[in-house]
Design a binder for this molecule. Sequence first.
Ligand SMILES: Cc1cn([C@H]2C[C@H](O)[C@@H](COP(=O)(O)OP(=O)(O)OP(=O)(O)O)O2)c(=O)[nH]c1=O
Length: 211
Amino acid sequence: MSVFQKLVLASGSPRRIELLQQAGIEPYRICPADIDETPQRAEQPRSLAKRLSKEKAEKAVASLAGDADVERDAFVLAADTVVAVGRRILPKAELLDEATHCLRLLSGRSHRVYTGLCLITPTGKVRQTLVETRVRFKRLSREDMENYLASGEWRGKAGGYAIQGLAGTFVVKLVGSYPNVVGLPLYETVSLLSGEGYKVHFNWLSGPGTV
Ligand SMILES: Cc1cn([C@H]2C[C@H](O)[C@@H](COP(=O)(O)OP(=O)(O)OP(=O)(O)O)O2)c(=O)[nH]c1=O
């Protein structure tokens, strides 16, 4: 393996790319993995997040086969975020109806956000972690819901909301990792990578960053 380590991020989520960069990690390549994310019958939310993150990582690895630049010396990282109220898995909202349904379920209640992480090392080792965050929303008024639905911020988000936007004002309590809710738990990601020998470099040469 070359001294320069390569990280392939198996994700098309702009949030995950930004979060990774926030942790000082610049992916060598972005390789979104399109998979079927339908839950299996009676599948638990945490099993779903783990399974899908592994499928995304494996699909990215398969798509790199034959690519001499990354085939044998890249770490491949994937994640999947699932929002659940009890055992009920909320959809990744694409339609207004789905987002409305999600907001009704989330209003005035606690829910859990799970992110499954999967890392495949250059030697083919598969490492997985699951991170859980508990979030409680205030009771949402009709006006809150209407304004939120009109914002469109729910589109493509697990559970039909994005905590990093307007929905941040709905949060009464959060227990656990905040970046986990946005899609990538930073502490656990860095631990997973460094535990497998990926060196996280901080680019101090570019001077103090602005956050
Ligand atoms: C709950 C929540 C989810 N999300 C996002 C994170 C994920 O992008 C998305 C959950 O869907 P995912 O299937 O985890 O990810 P994705 O399809 O967007 O990207 P990829 O599979 O290519 O990595 O919801 C937020 O941005 N904010 C939030 O508060």
